[in-house]
Design a binder for this molecule. Structure first.
Ligand code: MN
Length: 493
């Protein structure tokens, strides 16, 4: 898997030949100083590379062609220290295939009262140079992030950091293969979708692999290899079972699934309890472990959520809050403290555990296989987001929900799965109403690391619809938003 700290954002300073070499030298020097400051700030997870001060249409087009072709370059940041006539940018921006951020800042924080003269004015023109540049982005209807603030301030640096994460997620998306073991769960609607459209929009190659291939691969795993992995389990987690045969079988499944994912160069997978032919257990612990290593997963054939889990994990690389496949399971409707209990049959990623996971073995009511080993834990508390991707027919919609996870308020000793409890914004009833109105799935990605901004920008770069449920959401306004969105997206496509 790619590393975000090896990826690059290219900083382009726009100018023109009008001002003379001295001004152009100053622009270049200051843009390089900005890049150094950003790299030292600790707020931007990838490298900012000052690439060029561009002065002509050819110069702009050439650097954008180079950005498109360079695998390390995940996005482009533009800034107009001086005035850069925007017709020069049209041919380049038409070719741009990487995400684009227009950074609006100026070199000087204040106006130097005694020193300001027309030389100063000729160099320090962001206030109008960036307006000329903003117009062409608007006129060309380009998806773009606009980052505004003073460049030495944390607030602007964090906007660039957020953009870097969006870019890295988009890069992961465009290079993502998803392996499906078996099809969708029979008759289920929300986990279905147009895989051709998904490949066009997101870049995902979603292809099936026979579950029989997985069953054969499991048989091929040597006992010694499985024992070695099981020893790692024992070290990392708390053993709460005597059934080490069941645990060892999950170790074989982890190794076998990983081998297939590696051979298919895949970053995500799905399976279904309805198609486990030749397997002794539904992968539980195995899937949880693979998610912990950065693979995406979606249950019951849910390839959309599987892909999104991987992308969010890539976007939040290096952060420690955690990201998992999740499902809204059941509610606590105690008046005044309404909460949602999230879990899955087995497959919740231990990266979101608030305590050290326990290895347990319990029978599974469905699927008709042997009792699977799984990790059982309580989720962390803290702010998080849920995201769900649905196919509306003709377009994809991502629904993003702000939530606050709490320590589970019950012990639930007989619940043999990992569990998280949360309060959705603005409250459970309004939040659930809004979610249902927007058609959000029961399956989601839950992330303590991703911000809504990262995901909203991702939707913009991908060219899909986004719905954000926040503390300010009202059902009345959301109904209007969805109605207008339906009209807008019909015109757009
Ligand atoms: Mn499910």
């Amino acid at each position: 898997m790619k590393k975000i700290n090896e990826a690059e954002l290219w900083l382009l300073a726009g100018s023109q030949f009008l001002y003379g070499q001295e001004v152009l030298d100053a622009v270049a020097e200051r843009a390089a100083e900005m890049a150094d400051t950003f790299n030292a700030s600790g707020h931007i997870p990838c490298k900012i590379v000052y690439k060029a001060t561009v002065k002509t249409a050819d110069g702009i087009t050439n650097v954008i062609r180079a950005a498109n072709a360079d695998e390390r370059c995940i996005g482009v940041v533009t800034w107009m220290h001086t005035f850069s006539p925007s017709k020069m940018w049209i041919s380049g921006l038409l070719l741009l295939q990487k995400p684009y951020c227009h950074m609006h800042t100026q070199y000087n924080r204040g106006i130097p009262d005694r020193e300001i003269d027309m030389n100063f004015m000729n160099l320090n023109q962001s206030a109008h140079g960036d307006r000329e540049h903003g117009f062409i982005g608007a006129r060309m209807r380009l998806p773009r992030k606009i980052a505004v603030g003073y460049w030495r301030d944390e607030a602007l640096q964090k906007q660039l950091g957020s953009f870097a994460r969006t870019c890295f997620g988009l890069d992961a998306s465009r290079n993502l293969s998803v392996v499906r073991f078996g099809d969708n769960m029979r008759h289920v609607a929300v986990t279905e979708g147009d895989k051709v459209e998904a490949q066009i929009k997101f870049g995902w190659q979603v292809n099936t692999q026979p579950v029989g291939r997985l069953a054969e691969e499991v048989v091929r795993v040597a006992d010694a290899e499985a024992d070695e992995l099981a020893a790692i389990y024992r070290e990392r987690y708390r053993a709460n079972t005597d059934d080490w045969d069941a645990v060892r079988y999950q170790a074989k499944e982890e190794i076998a699934i990983k081998r297939i994912l590696e051979s298919e160069r895949a970053g995500a997978f799905s399976n279904t309890f309805e198609d486990l032919y030749g397997l002794e257990q539904l992968p539980g612990l195995a899937t949880q472990r693979l998610m912990e290593q950065g693979y995406g997963y979606g249950g019951e054939g849910d390839w959309k959520t599987a892909a999104l889990v991987h992308i969010v994990k890539m976007m939040t690389q290096g952060l420690t809050g955690g990201t998992s496949f999740m499902e809204d399971y059941t509610y606590d409707l105690t008046a005044g403290s309404e909460l949602c209990l999230g879990a899955h049959m087995l497959e919740v990623c231990p990266s979101i555990a608030g305590d050290r996971p326990k290895i347990e073995v319990h029978p599974l009511g469905i699927g008709g296989k042997n009792p699977p080993a799984r990790l059982v834990f309580e989720g962390k508390e803290g702010k998080a987001v849920l995201a769900s991707l649905v196919d509306m027919g003709g377009r994809f919609r991502m629904i993003i929900h702000d939530i606050e996870a709490v320590r589970p308020v019950y012990e639930m000793p007989n619940l043999p799965v990992a569990r998280v409890m949360w309060k959705p914004a603005p409250d459970l009833y309004t939040g659930a109403h809004a979610w249902i109105l927007a058609g959000g799935a029961h399956h989601t990605v839950m992330s303590y690391d991703a911000t809504a901004d990262i995901l909203l920008d991702l939707c913009e770069m991908l060219g899909i619809e986004a719905v954000h449920i926040t503390a300010d959401t009202t059902v009345e306004n959301l109904k209007k938003e969805l109605l207008f969105a339906d009209i807008a997206w019909k015109i757009r496509f």
